[in-house]
Design a protein around this ligand. Structure first.
Ligand code: G6P
Length: 374
């Protein structure tokens, strides 16, 4: 039943639309609220014997490829905030190319939908040899990465068929947010924040239902962008990952050049590309970077940039005073969970662009769901 397209035309479309359910399944049994003391807790059974070691690590290293790497990048800030442990990022092939240093005191977290990606698997072998604690976050029970890591969490997003990963991405972020809660201490100073995140996680499937209503709006936007050569996506903070992942979706399925750009780096190069033709998506939802994004938008507008701004509901006038940009309004959630909501319109845009341009959505040319060769 899981591999049936049901009422959808493509697997990618189905997988985008089933995210309220896949996220619910991901959290089931792991996120607990209620009981007599109304405690809100996270229970990651697969990690319970290792949490102390992880907390005492010298650093946490995320290792992955493609969308899985981007999901880890989205979770990095909350993991740093709640755990206080430095978190570094490694693209699996690059770690291998550099033979980068890995220490016994490190915790290495391997993120992989399939659990079979060759680069990630080789990086796991290398990391095991160097004596680090290896944690697997996969969507495939019994996969090599699930078997060869010391411990791990199954994201339980259900079978993903479309080559471009969608629902696994959002479930991976949610699992890593839960990982941050599990590793983070339960100090009084962080209690309010922890509870807000847990409440936010419980409410996330509803917010995804809400953001999916943008489907037609994203189709209309796709119609406008159909003949473009290129699309830039600017993000920062929690949503730097959204910029990278949004651009990855567009390039891998719609076969359009697209680049995710860290907005803080705009003036160090990308600004030279800006003119009235090149379409630019700017992610400017509410978080600690909001005012910086407002100023990025101002600078882009001063250069007549063709802007599409993603903001929280009701924020259109704050992000684009006087009008003149196309605005995508999304529901606002706890800042660290916002990437889960924000990626959905990008997934829908990539999907519609692909269909309108007449390309194969579920099997893009030259790509494979699981890259089992180097
Ligand atoms: C391939 C797929 C991508 C995926 C990447 C990592 O390139 O086409 O969609 O993100 O591998 O796959 P993994 O299974 O390790 O998450």
């Amino acid at each position: 039943e899981q591999i049936n397209k049901g009422k959808y035309k493509h697997y990618m479309q189905k997988e985008i639309h089933e995210q309220p359910e896949s996220l619910t399944t991901t959290m089931r049994g792991k996120l607990l609220r209620g009981g007599s003391c109304k405690a809100k807790t996270v229970l990651l059974g697969g990690l319970k014997d290792h949490l102390k070691t992880i907390r005492r690590s010298r650093r946490i290293v995320f290792i992955g490829c493609g969308t899985s790497y981007n999901a880890a990048l989205a979770a990095r800030p909350i993991l740093e905030e709640l755990s206080g442990v430095p978190v570094t990022m490694e693209i699996a092939s690059d770690l291998l190319d550099r033979q980068g240093p890995i220490y016994r005191e490190d915790t290495a977290v391997f993120v992989s939908q399939s659990g079979e990606t060759a680069d990630t698997l080789l990086a796991l072998g290398y990391t095991l040899e160097n004596g680090a604690l290896c944690v697997g976050i996969t969507n495939t029970v019994g996969s090599v990465i699930a078997r060869n890591t010391h411990c791990g969490v199954h994201i339980n997003a259900g079978c993903e068929i479309g080559v471009a990963s969608t629902k696994a991405y959002t479930s991976q972020i949610v699992v890593m947010a839960m990982l941050a809660l599990a590793i983070g201490g339960d100090t009084i100073s962080k209690q309010e924040r922890r509870e807000a995140i847990i409440d936010g996680l419980f409410d996330l499937p509803n917010k995804i239902r809400e953001v999916l209503k943008l489907d037609q709006e994203m189709k209309d936007l796709a119609k406008l962008l159909i003949a473009e050569q290129s699309l830039l996506v600017f993000g920062r903070g929690y949503n730097y990952a959204t910029a990278l992942e949004g651009a990855l979706k567009v390039k891998e399925v719609a076969l359009m050049h697209s680049e995710g750009i860290l907005a803080g780096e705009m003036k160090h190069g990308p600004l030279a590309l800006v003119d009235e033709n090149l379409p630019i998506v700017v992610i400017a939802t509410r978080d600690a970077c909001f005012s910086k994004q407002q100023s990025v938008i101002q600078q882009l507008r001063a250069r007549k940039g063709h802007l599409i701004v993603m903001c929280a509901k009701g924020d259109a006038a704050s992000v684009c005073p006087g009008g003149g940009c196309r605005v995508i309004e999304v529901p606002q959630v706890e800042d660290c969970l916002q990437p889960v909501v924000n990626i959905v319109p990008c997934q829908l845009l990539a999907y519609h662009l692909t269909v309108l341009r007449g390309y194969n959505v579920d099997q893009p040319r030259n790509l494979a769901k699981s890259m089992t060769t180097q």
